[in-house]
Write a protein that binds this ligand. Structure first.
Ligand SMILES: Cc1ncc(COP(=O)(O)O)c(C=O)c1O
Length: 405
């Protein structure tokens, strides 16, 4: 067995698909100390890969709340939610999130999880079964895909954001239960699902929409409520998943939907029932984070983020326009996630390593995370970045791309 596993990893290595971890030796932020590959030294890098979009992971109010949460509620929760692990901060967090979304998802309840991965498994496995038809965007996140596979539902994959293709698939089936499943903001391209169009389709074909808004929640909308906030038309058949380890700066996730759906997930989802509840101190600190995120401080940070996004995209667009190489293009993003597609895995990894050597952390993204031929570097911005950080990155990229074969 050991030899077979080694052979498989050697094959991944030959295809430039072997993964590597980098050890951070300081807190996350726009700059981070990262150990060299041989661990002999550490260098300061400008980070363009964290999902801490608002910079809240380093906010002192949240640090203080986390410490106070430990003082009040101890370290671990000690048990799963349905045994004795569900504590007052977990309950308060669910109430607060439910109220924030009450005008968008009426008659709702909220359920929290320790990660977005578990939340997605819970939703898909609780609601899906062999009588259910799931219609899933081809670029949905891996955790949705895994949940769908585990659910044993009938599955149709529609082309990315191609809602005519989706409608053709909806016309073809007449299952009792239909779920349209989509990321709100797509994690590797940074583009957005059109929830108005999906709402029309859901109403017309008696379907429900599952929206994983891991990258939209806290980032989009004046209040930071994410993809749902600015939609001109939104149906009531929405099951929303949001994560709390990205813009909210801590960890965890939530699901908000009509109360009967949430009660059913609570009763049946194995990734809710059979796991230890998250640290209560995290829920306690999340209450502080949500107050910042949905108030003026969050608004100020979102405005700053939007202006940095425009600045980065302008720079990348003019760089792309100068490239004769049609394999080099930037993704059609409208979020702080920006992909720069370069073609094959080796080119993406060379670019990522070149940037690393110049002092930038920008991961290369390869299949199976993205489709073959669309390997890329993936840049993410934080409200704490400066225009100067972006200028330095653009200088580095310009040199590397010029020399790229
Ligand atoms: C779109 C999307 N959904 C879900 C997740 C999983 O969330 P978590 O990291 O909290 O497990 C991620 C990434 O982490 C993601 O990008």
């Amino acid at each position: 067995m050991i030899k077979k596993l080694q052979d498989r990893m050697d094959e991944l290595d030959r295809s430039n698909l072997l993964r590597q971890k980098w050890i951070a030796q300081s807190q996350t932020g726009t700059h981070q100390l990262i150990a060299s590959a041989d661990h002999a030294s550490a260098n300061n890098h400008i980070l363009f890969c964290s999902n801490d979009y608002l910079g809240l992971a380093s906010h002192p109010d949240i640090h203080d709340a986390l410490k106070k949460g430990v003082d009040l509620w101890g370290a671990g929760s000690g048990a799963s939610h349905l045994i004795s692990g569900h504590m007052e901060p977990h309950e308060q967090l669910e109430i607060m999130l439910g109220e924030l979304f009450a005008h968008l998802i009426p008659d709702n309840r909220c359920l929290t999880f320790s990660t977005g991965y578990m939340a997605n498994l819970a939703v898909m496995t609780a609601l899906g079964d062999s009588n259910c038809e799931i219609l899933s965007d081809e670029l949905n996140h891996a955790s949705l895909i895994d949940g769908i596979r585990l659910s044993k539902s009938k599955v149709s994959i529609y082309k990315h954001r191609d809602y005519e293709n989706l409608e053709a698939l909806l016309k073809k089936n007449n299952s009792d239960m239909r779920l349209i499943v989509t990321d709100g903001v797509f994690s590797m391209d940074g583009d957005q699902a059109d929830l108005s169009v999906l709402s029309d389709l859901a109403d017309k074909y008696d379907a429900w929409i599952v929206v994983d808004d891991a990258h939209g929640y806290g980032v989009l909308g004046d209040k930071g409520l994410g993809s749902l906030e600015n939609e001109s038309r939104l149906c009531e058949r929405i099951i929303l998943i949001g994560t709390l380890g990205k813009a909210a700066g801590l960890s965890g996730a939530f699901v908000i939907a009509h109360q009967t759906i949430i009660k059913f997930i609570f009763q049946t989802a194995r990734s809710y029932i059979y796991t230890t509840a998250a640290l209560p101190a995290i829920s306690f600190a999340l209450l502080a984070s949500l107050k910042l995120m949905h108030g003026n401080e969050g608004r100020r940070r979102r405005t700053q983020l939007r202006s940095l996004e425009g600045y980065l995209r302008d720079g990348l667009s003019s760089l792309a326009a100068k490239q004769p190489d049609s394999k080099f293009r930037i993704t059609e993003s409208s979020s702080p996630i920006q992909g720069v597609i370069v073609g094959d895995a080796q080119r993406a990894m060379n670019l990522s390593l070149g940037l690393h050597n110049l002092g930038f952390r920008v991961p290369g993204i390869r299949p199976p995370t993205v489709p073959v031929g669309t390997s890329r570097i993936r840049l993410t911005l934080s409200a704490d970045h400066t225009a100067k950080d972006i200028d330095c990155l653009m200088d580095g990229l310009t040199i590397l791309i010029k020399n790229m074969s």
